[in-house]
Design a protein around this ligand. Structure first.
Ligand code: PHE
Length: 362
């Protein structure tokens, strides 16, 4: 298609028309047609370029050249319109020829399933409701006041360190003096404080929910789930706590398993204890012999517990000379993993359907 220097501009135009006409039958669809149009008539198209020669021919020849240009342009445009009509008609033919089988029964939509953590949370709620507990809730973005101060966690406690807790910047549009200091709650214990302040004693609640800490490794995730228990009344003792934990473990794992306390420290309880349950995977009815899941110890660590510290009662408007109570807290994610045999914490939060689809909702 290279323009021959010997050819007159008219000849060059005619040659462009011929190559246009040669290309036209190969165009199979609208985008192809548009491409052809741009190639010849677009801003840098072959014909448009030739039109620029107009200024270079002697004035006497300009009129003829102008006519030739218009003739070629018009011919091309007519071709384009005709071909566009043909393509549209062919597309319509294809549409009409398509048959839809109206009797076809498609696969039914697959119902989703509840996330294993949600299933576990609901099961925990169900078990504790049967034991006489109400289910309480609290905000994820929580005041430092409820997360720490009301719970007797003093300003120099490590939980109040930037390394451990996600602190939220105070909103700048509020007067700083009025804006409450906020955190992503690092445990479910603020729900204890809220419930006691709102309802007073007696109290019997569990508070399951999402919690956040600056922790991220194979066994810790910055977002995780806990369930908190709180029982406050006259004459409540640690024996009630142990009996409740026994009853819970039996209901949740479907068999009687031992529960043991180990002395421990939490600022909001005194005395404080961590509690373990016998490993349900290697317990033969008499003894837990040790397995990979309990790291050969026969026991699985569940969480923290203890008698509510009198200072917490005072902060939350409950008379500690009249009432006693206990609280416990443990992780839901590990419970779900134990119950369903999920090998890695990260499987809980990756949203991988190949994992999640294995847990059909009960
Ligand atoms: N809040 C504690 C934690 O997150 C657990 C706990 C709850 C301990 C209630 C004692 C009583 O580690």
């Amino acid at each position: 298609m290279a323009a021959d220097a010997q050819q007159t501009p008219q000849q060059q135009l005619d040659e462009q028309l011929r190559s246009f006409e040669a290309a036209l039958p190969d165009v199979a669809d609208e985008p192809g047609l548009y491409e052809l149009q741009v190639r010849f008539l677009g801003k840098n198209g072959a014909v448009t370029k030739l039109r620029r020669l107009m200024g270079k021919v002697p004035p006497s020849e300009r009129k003829e050249l102008g006519k030739a240009f218009n003739r070629v342009k018009q011919a091309m445009e007519t071709h384009l319109a005709t071909r566009a009509g043909e393509l549209a008609a062919a597309a319509r033919e294809r549409d009409l020829a398509r048959r839809v089988d109206l009797t076809f029964i498609p696969d039914p939509p697959r119902p989703g399933t509840l996330h294993p953590i949600t299933q576990t949370r609901r099961e925990l709620e169900r078990v504790f409701r049967r034991l006489g507990f109400d289910v309480a809730d609290g905000p994820h973005v929580e005041a430092e006041l409820y997360s720490f101060d009301k719970l007797n966690i003093l300003p120099d406690h490590p939980a109040r360190d930037m390394q451990d807790t996600f602190f939220i910047e105070r909103p700048t549009h509020l007067d700083h003096a009025d804006a409450p200091a906020l955190v992503l709650r690092p445990h479910t214990s603020p729900v204890q404080a809220r419930t006691m302040l709102q309802h007073g004693a007696p109290v019997r609640i569990v508070a399951p929910g999402t919690t956040f800490r600056r922790d991220d490794d194979a066994t810790h995730s910055p977002m995780f789930h806990q369930i908190e228990g709180l029982y406050v009344d006259r004459n409540v003792t640690m024996a009630d706590l142990k009996a409740t934990l026994y009853a819970f473990v039996e209901a949740f794992f479907g068999r009687g398993l031992g529960v043991r306390f180990r002395p421990s420290y939490f600022p909001f309880v005194e005395p404080g204890a961590e509690f373990d349950m016998q490993c349900p995977f290697c317990f033969d009815g008499q003894l837990s012999h040790g397995c990979g899941l309990c790291k050969q110890s026969g026991w699985i660590e569940l969480g923290g517990s203890g008698m509510v510290h009198p200072a917490v009662f005072e902060h939350c408007g409950i008379d500690s000379s009249v009432y006693t109570g206990w609280a416990f807290g443990f992780g839901i994610d590990r419970m779900a993993m134990l119950r369903h045999g999920i090998p890695h914490l990260r499987h809980n939060f990756e949203g991988d359907l190949r994992v999640l689809e294995q847990f059909t909702s009960p």
